[in-house]
Design a protein around this ligand. Structure first.
Ligand SMILES: O=C(O)CCC(=O)C(=O)O
Length: 223
């Protein structure tokens, strides 16, 4: 697994520190055993993500492979977020509110320290960690491909004053060549495409150049 980048809050201006991994095998720190565990974990969550994309397709009345086919040869990034204890947690966030720009995110939470919150009906709700469970975040691309039926979730991470917290996020990312375009079976006389067609690199560029915690980047791609 190759080390892709080491960033603070991944450019989001939070209190956390992240290591982001993507693709590849064999390079980077860690013992052989550790790399094997990480590699096995990546493969398993990738398969889980594909299965979820199939179920989402079917739930929309599409062929099971429809979403996966549009998303192309999907990349996979992993962020290992470390949020150190913060003396004044009320003054900052681990990660400020954002949606995920990718297709689907599989999040493994710290079981001992909570911190994840999602926005529902204008209120931030805490998501308690649950043993043996992942949190699945619908990302912007599934919102676009479902023509807005699935919603990309606004979420953020809080820090606390006593304990550090770790979370591990695995992101399924559309191929650079994929054209993100609403599948035609979702469009009929009553439903028009909510979003324009675009490629993921076009989207990703806009995503990082916009004000992440204030506007939904998909708004910029509306028809
Ligand atoms: O730490 C968390 O629970 C959230 C992580 C997250 O939103 C992210 O890595 O994009």
């Amino acid at each position: 697994m190759g080390l892709w980048g080491r960033m603070r809050g991944r450019g989001c201006g939070g209190w956390g520190q992240g290591i982001v991994w993507c693709g590849g095998v064999g390079v980077g720190g860690g013992t052989e055993d550790e790399l094997e565990i990480v590699s096995k974990y990546c493969n398993e969550v990738r398969e889980l993500g594909f299965r979820l994309e199939e179920l989402i397709s079917e739930s929309l009345g599409l062929d099971k492979d429809c979403m996966k086919d549009v998303l192309g040869e999907q990349g996979q990034h992993m962020a290992i977020n470390y949020y150190p204890p913060c003396p004044q947690p009320e003054l900052t966030y681990g990660l400020p509110g954002h949606t995920d720009p990718n297709a689907l995110t599989i999040l493994l939470q710290d079981l001992d320290v909570s911190g994840l919150q999602v926005l529902k009906d204008g209120k931030w709700l805490s998501i308690k960690p649950h043993p043996g469970a992942f949190v699945i975040n619908i990302g912007d691309q599934i919102q676009a491909l479902s023509n807005g039926k699935y919603k990309s979730v606004w979420h953020r991470a809080l820090v606390n004053s006593d304990n550090p917290r770790i979370s591990i996020a695995s992101f399924l990312v559309p191929s650079d060549e994929a054209l993100i375009s609403t599948p035609t079976p979702l469009l009929d006389n009553e439903s028009v495409a909510v979003y324009k067609d675009y490629t993921y690199p076009e989207y990703y560029k806009k995503f990082w150049s916009s004000n992440l915690d204030q506007e939904h980047c998909l708004e910029l791609f509306k028809n």
